[in-house]
Design a protein around this ligand. Structure first.
Ligand code: NG1
Ligand code: ZN
Length: 542
């Protein structure tokens, strides 16, 4: 077994003293940073168990609260190939965090996980950790280190990283020396890989006008500055909201979440007609793009628009290259592309994908881990949440087809080269704002397409999202990929009654997994009707 005295001693500096109940949700643990110390210790313990479970493979820990305010922080675990922690272990994380109130409680919680998962404690344990720019991050990492070390695990601290960079290094470490080797596990190698792929795709095309980048005064800003050095002349940009030193600025009226929800430009950006812009979020795993019309109308190019742009581009290249994929039954068939969305996807985007692009769409509940798994079912699985969190996954068979295809014409050969470069440019582990930004810019450069032209693919239905404070959000139970509620009994019928009154009306209610609120989303034919539907339903929920 493990050294119980050592555990008790280490816990004594991290004992849970408040009555807080912790829960590992969609985005791991997330709350006010001052409450997180015992949680970090518990996550250190769990990371060691998870690594031993995987026979010493490296487990990642990211310390961030993404788009939340600066006073919050959070932590999530990353599996060996860079995915989110398997769902079956989320409960263990919750149990351990709540067991930090006493040495007896934590000892028996650990013993029970070890027994249930038949963990061989003689296996080595390796953990890597990184954090965003929040001032609370450093002390929280120290608490995590205590947890890891008291169970004899090894830990490497990468310091300040974007969330996707942490996922990247975890995947690199665990695939090193295999045929799926993902790259060097360093920050420099990450920039080099992205920049080289971007240059390959855009070589020979005129550069686009400079992109205004809102760094949300978070980790994405310094990361972008470094990436910019590797991109050199191939990419023109101007970074704003890059102050990671002053307190109170992180995500403040800026960043992808703010821009998406408020449908307006961020504080600190002067956006003129003719300019192109984007916003990262506080840990740089989300991105949205935008511009203004001549009359000042704000136009948002969100995750749905990124997904359709990417799917369309990849289909085009595959057609030009005449890519055929080897199937298990020996046959060779065209690339199978699919798109994954959530209930928050704009109804117009879904119609465009199905009717115009003629690409199948799968719906999953909110949260990228659900989308990620659904996307793995395709040769090319494009998944994006409307909020700008997503990526494109290539199956091993698709990557093999790109590697082995020979173009019949110079144009086909060029398309194959672009497809190969896309597999390098796009982060396969997790949605990545910097990688997605370059994916969009590479696509638009290759197609010499403006934001206005991109936006004209389809017109978003007006939409509105609101948060409602309720006594207990656990009373709201979502079903059918978050599109309906089974509980409270009778509420769904009342929502349906309201929706039926509106042309093109659609509305759903679900409890947030990251905040203590219930979200209400509404769509309808006009802005006025959308707002009215949204407020009517907020009234039903309250
Ligand atoms: P919740 O709080 O469960 O709605 C939010 C986002 C998710 C996902 C997670 C993780 C919306 C409506 N919800 O989840 O899409 O990104 O945060 O960060 O944007
Ligand atoms: Zn984020």
């Amino acid at each position: 077994s493990f050294d119980k005295a050592k555990l008790a001693n280490a816990l004594s500096s991290h004992t849970l003293k408040s009555a807080t109940r912790f829960q590992y949700g969609t985005a791991g643990f997330r709350m006010e940073a001052s409450l997180l110390d015992p949680v970090m210790f518990a996550v250190g313990l769990l990371a060691v168990l998870r690594s031993k479970y995987h026979k010493g493979k490296t487990i990642g820990v990211m310390v961030t609260a993404s788009h939340n305010p600066e006073k919050d922080n959070g932590v999530k675990l990353v599996e060996p190939l860079g995915e989110m922690l398997v769902q079956s272990w989320e409960g263990y994380a919750t149990e351990l965090a709540n067991a930090t109130s006493s040495a007896d409680a934590i000892t028996s919680a650990l013993e029970s996980i070890i027994a249930k998962e038949k963990i061989d404690l003689s296996q080595p344990a390796r953990v890597v950790v990184a954090r965003d720019t929040r001032p609370s991050g450093k002390a929280l990492v120290a608490s995590l280190v205590d947890g890891v070390q008291c169970l004899g695990g090894e830990i490497k601290d990468f310091g300040l990283f974007t969330t996707p960079q942490l996922h990247y290094v975890v995947r690199c470490i665990n695939t090193a020396g295999t045929e799926d080797a993902y790259g060097e596990p360093t920050e420099e190698a990450y920039y080099e890989k992205l920049a080289a792929a971007f240059k390959k795709i855009t070589a020979g095309y005129p550069r686009l006008s400079p992109l205004l980048i809102d760094g949300a005064n978070g980790i994405g800003a310094p990361a972008m500055e470094k990436l910019g050095k590797y991109l050199g002349d191939s990419f023109a940009y101007q970074l704003v909201n890059n102050d990671v030193v002053s307190s109170g600025k992180l995500n403040h009226e800026s960043g992808a979440d703010f821009v998406k929800i408020k449908q307006t430009k961020p504080l600190g950006m002067d956006l003129k007609y003719g300019q192109r812009a984007c916003s990262l979020d506080g840990d740089a795993d989300r991105i949205v793009f935008y511009f203004t019309e001549e009359d000042g109308t704000f136009r948002l190019l969100d995750g749905d628009k990124i997904a359709t742009l990417a799917a369309d581009f990849i289909m085009d290249l595959a057609k030009q290259a005449n890519i055929l994929v080897q199937r298990e039954d020996g046959s060779k068939t065209p690339l199978h592309i699919g798109l994954v969305q959530t209930a928050y996807a704009n109804g117009s985007s879904t119609a465009y994908v199905k009717d115009t692009l003629q690409v199948p769409v799968v719906f999953t509940p909110t949260g990228v881990k659900h989308l990620h798994h659904a996307a793995e079912e395709f040769d090319v699985g494009v998944y994006f949440e409307a909020n700008g969190h997503g990526t494109v996954l290539f199956s091993p068979a698709a990557i093999k087809a790109f590697k082995t295809s020979v173009g019949a014409t110079p144009a086909a050969e060029k398309a194959i080269d672009a497809l190969r470069a896309l597999t390098e440019l796009i982060n396969q582990a997790v949605g990545d704002a910097l990688s997605d930004m370059l994916l969009v810019e590479a696509t638009l450069t290759y197609q010499q397409k403006s934001f206005a032209k991109w936006n004209s693919d389809y017109t978003d239905l007006p939409s509105r999202q609101e948060k409602v404070k309720v006594a207990n959000r656990a009373n709201f139970v979502p079903i059918k990929a978050d599109t309906e509620l089974s509980h409270p009994i009778g509420l769904q019928e009342k929502i349906n009654e309201q929706v039926a009154k509106f042309s093109k009306g659609r509305c759903f209610v679900r409890p947030s997994g990251t905040e203590d609120i219930v979200r209400v989303y509404a769509e309808a034919a006009t802005r006025e009707e959308t707002d009215r539907l949204c407020y009517l339903v907020c009234g039903l929920v309250f």
